[in-house]
Design a protein around this ligand. Structure first.
Ligand SMILES: Cc1cc2nc3c(=O)[nH]c(=O)nc-3n(C[C@H](O)[C@H](O)[C@H](O)COP(=O)(O)O)c2cc1C
Length: 260
C-alpha cells in the first residue's frame, strides 16, 4: 500500500518523466501506467491520487477515460491532474474533472510528439527541448508543492466542446493511420516495437515488424525504435524523433513503478 498513486499515460516518455519527478518529491508513490488497462484500479488506500497524461487529438489519449471510470478512490482522498500538451489544452482535464472531481489541476506545454503532423521543433514561441524540459521540471516542483499543501484550484478546467468532437474521432483516426506504419531497411528486428506496443498490435514476421489496426496512436514504437526505422508514410522519414531522454523504452512497458 502506497501513500500516493499517480495514474500516468505516456507515449514518448515525457509524462512518465514528469510523473517520476513529482513522485520523487511526494515520496512513497506508485506510478500506474495507463496505456493498457491499469494494473491497479483499487486506489482506496491512497491519500493522494494523481493523473498525469498527454493531450491527444484534443482529448484524453487511448482508452484513458473508460479506465478512469473503473478506478475506486477513497471519498476523502486528494485528487489532482496534470496535462502535457503541445498547442492547446483540449478537453482532457475537464473530462477527468467530471469523473473524479479534481481538487487541483495544472498543465504545461512541451514539444509535440505527433511528428507525422509537424517537426517537434516547430513550437510557438520557438524553444528548445532542453528549455521545454526545464519548464516541465519547474512545473513538476510547483505541482508537487501544491499537492503536499493540499491546494485547491479555484476554477474548473475549461469546457471545450469543439475538442470533445475532435477527440471522439480519435480511435478511427489511429486505426487508419496505423495502416501506414512500416519499417524501413534500417530495421534490425530487435523487437523493441513489439515489446513497447501496449496493444500487442505489432508482430515480427520474417524479421520485419508487421502492424495491425489495433493502434491507440501513442507512437511509442516510432519514437523509441533505436534505428528510427518505423515511419508513418514518407512524412516521418526525415523527422527527428522526440522520446524523453530520461525514460527508457523498458520503463514504458512496466505496469507499476514504485518511487520511495
Ligand atoms: C497522437 C498524438 C496526438 C496529439 N495531439 C495533441 C493535441 O491535440 N494537442 C496538443 O496540444 N498536443 C498534442 N499532442 C502532443 C503531446 O500531447 C505532447 O507532445 C506530450 O508532451 C507528449 O507526452 P508523452 O510523451 O508523455 O505522451 C499529440 C501527440 C500525439 C502522439
Amino acid at each position: 500500500m502506497s501513500e500516493n498513486i499517480i495514474y500516468c499515460y505516456s507515449g514518448a516518455g515525457h509524462c512518465l518523466d514528469m510523473a517520476k519527478s513529482i513522485a520523487k518529491i511526494l515520496g512513497d508513490t506508485d506510478i500506474v501506467l495507463m496505456r493498457s488497462y491499469p494494473a491497479k484500479t483499487d486506489a482506496r488506500d491512497a491519500k493522494r491520487v494523481g493523473f498525469i497524461f498527454s493531450c491527444m487529438a484534443g482529448g484524453l489519449p487511448g482508452d484513458m477515460e473508460s479506465y478512469i471510470r473503473d478506478i475506486q478512490i477513497a471519498p476523502d482522498a486528494y485528487i489532482f491532474a496534470v496535462e502535457q500538451y503541445a498547442g492547446y489544452l483540449g478537453c482532457g482535464l475537464r473530462k477527468i474533472d467530471e469523473i473524479v472531481d479534481l481538487d487541483y489541476w495544472d498543465a504545461v506545454s512541451n514539444h509535440s510528439t505527433a511528428i507525422w503532423l509537424m517537426p517537434h521543433t516547430l513550437t510557438v514561441p520557438p524553444t528548445t527541448p532542453e528549455k521545454a524540459q526545464k519548464r516541465i521540471d519547474t512545473k513538476a516542483a510547483v505541482v508537487a508543492a501544491a499537492v503536499l499543501q493540499g491546494k485547491q484550484s479555484v476554477k474548473r478546467p475549461p469546457k471545450a466542446a469543439a475538442f470533445e468532437l475532435m477527440s471522439k474521432g480519435l480511435g478511427k483516426t489511429h486505426a487508419k493511420r496505423s495502416e501506414k506504419f512500416e519499417a524501413s531497411d534500417s530495421c534490425i528486428a530487435c523487437g523493441t516495437c513489439v515489446q513497447i506496443c501496449p496493444r500487442g498490435n505489432i508482430k515480427l514476421e520474417g524479421k520485419k515488424p508487421v502492424f495491425g489496426t489495433n493502434c491507440i496512436g501513442c507512437l511509442s514504437c516510432v519514437q523509441y525504435c533505436p534505428k528510427q526505422a518505423i515511419n508513418i508514410g514518407s512524412i516521418t522519414e526525415k523527422r527527428e524523433r522526440f522520446p524523453n531522454p530520461r525514460v527508457k523504452a523498458s520503463e514504458l512497458t512496466e505496469k507499476i513503478i514504485h518511487i520511495d
